[in-house]
Design a protein around this ligand. Sequence first.
Ligand code: DAH
Length: 345
Amino acid sequence: MEEIKKILSEAKSDIEQDVGLERLIEIKNLYLSKKGKLSVLINKMRELSIEEKKSFGKELNDAKAYVESLINNKMVELEKKKLNQKLESEKIDITLPPIDSHSGVANPFYKIIDEIEDIFIGMGYKVEKGPEVDKDHYVFELLNIPKDHPARDMQDTLYIDNETLLRSHTSAVQAHVMEKAKGQPIKIICPGKTYRRDDDDMTHSHQFAQVEGLVIDKNINMGNLKATLELFAKKMFSKDSKIRFRSSYFPFTEPSVEVDVSCFSCHGKGCNICKGSGWIEILGAGMVHPNVLKMSGYDPDVYSGFAFGIGIERVAMLRYGIDDIRKFYQNDIRFIEEFNKKVED
Ligand code: DAH
């Protein structure tokens, strides 16, 4: 019994030391494993009477249970301590101010295209795309501009070789779409980049963008064209926008018109945006020339159509008061952010 007490107090003082987890496991083995200091005392039983065995056995079991509970408590305490240390070392100071994050915004160029597409999709148009590097055949020939035609001078084209060029207008996509449609009705717009040999300044850029529109069906007339473009102007500029047609010339349309929108800034009174006239030129349009219809397999006695070509940057500049076309291509973040603020207002 004395020995149990002695080992018990030894174990107690061992456990009470400032021990770590590893040492605690060693202590557990030292006292409680099969050959541990307390466990081996069982061998003493042989020397005892039955009565003594009973009380000795109980004392020994109690001692072992006690040591085990001391170790378990210590274990819980150590684990708690370890967790607290971990929490302390991994602590995040949420009171620190965040680093100012800068989220990107869409380039105005694509925002305007989206806006134009939305307007025409709302009128039942499909959006088509065509190649930026194209053949003379599609950019000129099929649009009634043969090789020696003086209208080729209207467009300073960038040629890659005699037959291949960077398209100078999106009207080329008309020719591709008509070829694929094989005589079926068409109602499409095609936004895209175009290229010309121009010196860059505030209103000219060697790269710019257009949206071409083409409708071909039976009984399409100039009134349909006017109603379509007026709806576009009302949605793009102002609810009370009006348009007017001025007679013009394009080889691929007959008759051809230049289209003006009533000035959305002064409402016709005259200001510096409309240069005092009350009207602003926004696009070219017309009825598809019978030669163009014929070349693409449409019978001009059965089918008719209208087409229009809108300068995307010009519309954006007017709509948002941007004074320099080059700003669309310079990617100056200050311009892009300023533009996005205007769009949100
Ligand atoms: N392709 C012409 C240009 O680049 C614009 C244009 C005018 C397109 C009249 C058309 C149209 O479809 O009918 O200047």
